[in-house]
Write a protein that binds this ligand. Structure first.
Ligand code: KIV
Length: 275
């Protein structure tokens, strides 16, 4: 049985929630099998799956395509899908229509969108349409060009106050959770203490109600340098690179395939073919 937003809300302050990103069926199945509570089909798929420099080119169609695969793999985990750039920024109608499409066509349980008080009307309208929403403040990658890069947010008094106000506005608009990305730990702790909804941190320290990481980062799937907040649980890049190299060598040396990988046929048939 899938947990609901109410199961998660009951855990606030008691038992932290785990979330990982996934973008395909097999990864979703594995994360689900591990018992991770939530899967995020992040628009980070632009970077980690599609090779874009940032998330801005990701479309609603991309999110639906990958979201469908993830939902097929996630039997227990609660699936949240990101609303990509320009799918909700222009107007409330776009926001509801696109959130509706994402839920209807994938079967996910919630959507996530970036931004604070300025998008409270979108959050309110989507929730009113019956779709649970996760907010996202702090480092919001869809605004990378106005933020001037991927850096820690909320360090000054004004910025920190704005993030507290944004969290309140998102909560009042009806979101059940807020992602806090790349903000100081003590600020995330304050936001968490002052909100009745769940805070899910990524680079926001130890005191959030839950944590999320991009799975490629935590598995060491890429050879790129990862942010300070990422804990690397495996060296998947190393494992894959060694396997691919060994395969190439074995193809070249004819040590793969071996007899055990080949299909047999009766010698009589072969003989008849040759006669
Ligand atoms: O797109 C994504 O993966 C995200 C996480 C960084 C929270 O939004």
């Amino acid at each position: 049985m899938k947990q609901t937003i109410y199961d998660f809300l009951k855990r606030k302050g008691l038992s932290p929630v785990s979330m990982l990103t996934a973008y395909d069926y097999h990864t979703a199945r594995t994360i689900d099998e591990a018992g991770v509570d939530m899967i995020l089909v992040g628009d980070s798929l632009g970077n980690v799956m599609l090779g874009y420099e940032n998330t801005l080119a990701v479309t609603v169609e991309d999110m639906i395509h990958h979201g469908k695969a993830v939902c097929r793999g996630a039997k227990e985990a609660f699936v949240v899908i990101d609303m990509p750039f320009l799918s909700y920024q222009v107007c409330v109608e776009d926001a509801v229509r696109n959130a509706g499409r994402i839920v209807k066509e994938t079967g996910c349980q919630a959507v996530k969108l970036e931004g604070g008080a300025e998008y409270a009307d979108r959050i309110h309208a989507i929730v009113r349409a019956g779709i649970p929403v996760v907010g996202h403040i702090g480092l919001t990658p869809q605004s990378v060009n106005t933020l001037g890069g991927y850096k820690v947010q909320g360090k000054s008094l004004d910025e920190a106050r704005k993030l507290l106000d944004d969290a309140k506005a998102i909560e009042e608009a009806g979101a059940f959770a807020i992602t806090l990305e790349c903000i100081p730990e003590a600020l995330a702790q304050l936001i968490t203490a002052r909100s009745a909804v769940l805070t899910i941190g990524i680079g926001a320290g130890r005191y959030c109600d839950g944590q999320v990481l991009v799975y490629q980062d935590m598995l060491g799937y890429s050879d790129a340098r990862t942010a300070k907040f990422v804990k690397q649980y495996a060296d998947l890049h190393g494992v894959m690179l060694n396997a691919f190299k060994q395969y190439k060598t074995e193809c070249e040396q004819r040590t793969f395939p071996g007899e055990e990988h080949a299909y047999a046929i009766s010698e009589d048939v072969i003989k008849a073919l040759k006669d």
